[in-house]
Design a protein around this ligand. Sequence first.
Ligand code: SF4
Ligand code: SF4
Length: 280
Amino acid sequence: MNTTELRDRLRAYVLASPENAIQPEWALSEDIVGMRMWDAPLVGVARADDPLFETIRNSDHILGDAFRLPGDWLPGAKSVISIFYPHTKDVRRSNGENLGIPSGPWLHGRIEGHDFIHATDRLVAGWFQEEGHAVCIPALEPSLVINKREPEDAVGRPMFTSSWSERHVAFTCGLGTFGLTAHLITEAGKSGRFGSIITTAELDPTERPYGEDPYAYCIRCGACTTRCPVDALSVEHGKDFQTCWAYLEESKIRFKPRYGCGKCQLRVPCETRIPTAVSL
Ligand code: SF4
Ligand code: SF4
């Protein structure tokens, strides 16, 4: 299977799967039953030995040495596949309407929707295993760690690191660049979630049209800063991860077993596309 075949097969599956919908057994309200959660995914591929992975690990300002290289996760790794699942219009609309509580569909996307992503990652991994290749899905490995870390950011706020980062991997795989909110802006925007698979299969890498510029697609318009209910965003200092994280923790209590916010992904020029000055 080459990269194009993978993308086409994956898109067909995601768009047709009855599992890619809010199910009656767990829907928070009847009116959202059957709402599709994810649109056609984007697929990017990087070589497992792409030097950018080393850069991510070797820089304390990126992830530092907590980050494990593809070959650390899977000996003999040849390719890394990153998949971006954009939220559907219905899910985005439901959560964009106000700056208060997250909508039911958005909460489902974070938990049950992510279960669908993990199941789809396993399905894709199975396609490669059928061809005789080894695979690893770091997000599903018990050894995955996410920690607060030193150093703090430029204005003394705590930062986080992890042994695998879907967004940094997606950047390396050519899917997009970071915005002020630290989400990744892709050609389908930034409202969505990621999955990734490491494999011993040799796939054609995806071009990175932005080179190594991590913020190439963010026009620093500041629209996202006005969307945050807890003022965690500013054009001058970017994202205050601690404030955002604390707000999400509160939502875990209120909406248990779900949580979420995501207001800064919606009703902004980069919601569904790469923004330009004229999209303001
Ligand atoms: S809304 Fe504007 S400033 Fe915020 S991430 Fe998008 S392009 Fe960047
Ligand atoms: S997810 Fe919510 S709290 Fe966090 S930065 Fe975005 S709008 Fe603010």
